[in-house]
Design a protein around this ligand. Structure first.
Ligand code: AMP
Length: 209
């Protein structure tokens, strides 16, 4: 099964992608996660990407397209779930072309819808474990919170700072929102209410899979 998850930053794509990809044993591909790993490793790709990622801008399409071509051609044999890709129409059109060349069909595009105020609240209290990458939320905006899973130190992503969040939401509206019309036109889009707890949202998604 080949899926794309769409939604604003903080809509819960990462959490749902983990759950759904495990359930169907398909590969979870998060371009944001790949870029953050490259930045951590200080690789050439990471060095090119860091200024875009930390300021909430989109990384240039050419860089993203190369990453995706490599992964789709080599690793995603059993199907995939894209999280954070495509982010604009150019990427979406290129992706359809690449899939077509490989004889791969997209099954569904799931669009998780969450109110902007809720997104801002979720992102400003979001923390990521520096060791196991667990993503969780904290009650107040304090630093140095322990990961509830492995007790290691957690970090706040630089792009979850309030000014950057605002910019990411603007980028989402301008660049990524048009994807919903594009995939509606392809007959692939399903809209999911992203309010409520993780389990409720997963159940809503599963009804379409
Ligand atoms: P995410 O983890 O999906 O919120 O992505 C974090 C950041 O990585 C984004 O704000 C962008 O700077 C960059 N990024 C992730 N995916 C893409 C993509 N498909 N195209 C361009 N930039 C991306």
């Amino acid at each position: 099964m080949n899926l794309i998850l769409l939604g604003a930053p903080g809509a819960g794509k990462g959490t749902q992608a983990e759950i759904i990809s495990k359930k169907f044993d398909i590969q979870h591909i998060s371009t944001g996660e790949i870029l953050r790993d490259e930045i951590k490793k200080k690789s050439k790709l990471g060095e090119k990407a860091i200024k875009f990622v930390e300021s909430g801008k989109l990384v240039p399409d050419e860089i993203i397209i190369e990453i995706i071509k490599k992964i789709i051609g080599s690793r995603a044999k059993n199907g995939f779930l894209m999280d954070g890709f495509p982010r604009n129409l150019k990427q979406a059109k290129m992706f359809l072309k690449v899939l077509d060349q490989l004889g791969i069909k997209l099954d569904r595009v799931i669009n998780i819808i969450v109110d902007n105020n809720e997104v801002i609240e979720r992102l400003s209290t979001r923390r990521t474990c520096s060791v196991c990458n667990n993503v969780f939320s904290v009650d107040s905006d304090e630093d140095n919170t322990e990961c509830p899973k492995c007790r290691s130190k957690s970090i706040k992503r630089k792009d979850d700072d309030p000014e950057v969040i605002e910019h990411r939401l603007e980028v989402y509206e301008k660049e990524s929102r048009p994807l919903t019309d594009f995939y509606t036109g392809e007959g692939l889009l399903v809209n999911i209410d992203g309010s409520g707890n993780e389990k409720e949202i997963t159940e809503r998604i599963l009804k379409f899979l």
